[in-house]
Design a protein around this ligand. Structure first.
Ligand code: SF4
Length: 212
């Protein structure tokens, strides 16, 4: 069983935010609209969180670990042999589609992201999924251009570094958790009772079954 950032009680553990002391949220740069994807786009992720960051009690702190480590544009990094924790343990590597080993710059970007998070004393991180750096529930198992594309439960390299340091991570696909967080920030907001986190989704359960 991989180590995943499921945190059903997270909403109750965070301090009370205010407009003068908002929750400081480390955010994948592409979700802030940065053109930091491998092709210089934001992958369309700038709309992923809707208007969440218009709330006065939430401060976005964007960072892109891949851009920091390798610049933009760049080749496509993917995990081979494990997830981000396995990279930290030396059991897995990050390779691009040509077979070049990107493990070193991916680790450098991840550590820079952690330093940024610590400098800004973030309360939590909201990250993308599937990325070899920011993946927060699922990552590619090998090169994503292979057919059929492989997936594995697990986290990216930057996510593993953040979790090791004790920073809570929420996937942008964790709709139930994000709804609960928003309800703490916005008293008028009623979370969707049908909303589910990524590991509770039909696609995830078809792949790996239900988790407790
Ligand atoms: S490394 Fe993270 S922030 Fe950068 S483009 Fe990929 S998912 Fe977005």
């Amino acid at each position: 069983m991989p180590r995943l950032p499921h945190q059903p009680h997270l909403v109750h553990t965070l301090r009370a935010p205010s407009p003068t002391d908002p929750w400081r949220v480390l955010l994948s740069g592409c979700m802030a609209g940065w053109g930091c994807g491998i092709d210089g786009s934001s992958y369309g992720m700038d709309q992923a969180l809707g208007d969440l960051f218009t709330l006065q009690t939430l401060q976005a702190l964007p960072f892109c670990p891949e851009q920091h480590g390798m610049g933009t544009p760049r080749t496509m990094p993917d995990l081979h042999g494990g997830d981000g924790f396995d990279v930290l343990a030396g059991r897995a590597h990050v390779l691009d589609e040509h077979g070049a080993d990107l493990t070193g710059p991916m680790l450098a970007g991840a550590r820079a992201m952690l330093a940024f998070a610590r400098r800004h004393q973030v309360d939590l991180a909201i990250l993308t999924d599937m990325s070899a750096a920011c993946g927060s529930q699922v990552v590619s198992d090998g090169c994503r251009y292979d057919q059929p594309r492989g997936f594995r439960r697990g986290v990216g390299v930057a996510t593993a570094v953040l979790l090791e340091a004790g920073i809570p991570v929420v996937s942008w696909r964790d709709f139930r958790t994000l709804g609960r967080l928003r309800a703490r920030l916005d008293p008028g907001f009623v979370p969707d009772p049908q909303a589910r986190d990524h590991h509770e989704s039909d696609w995830y359960r078809e792949q790996w079954g239900a988790e407790g």
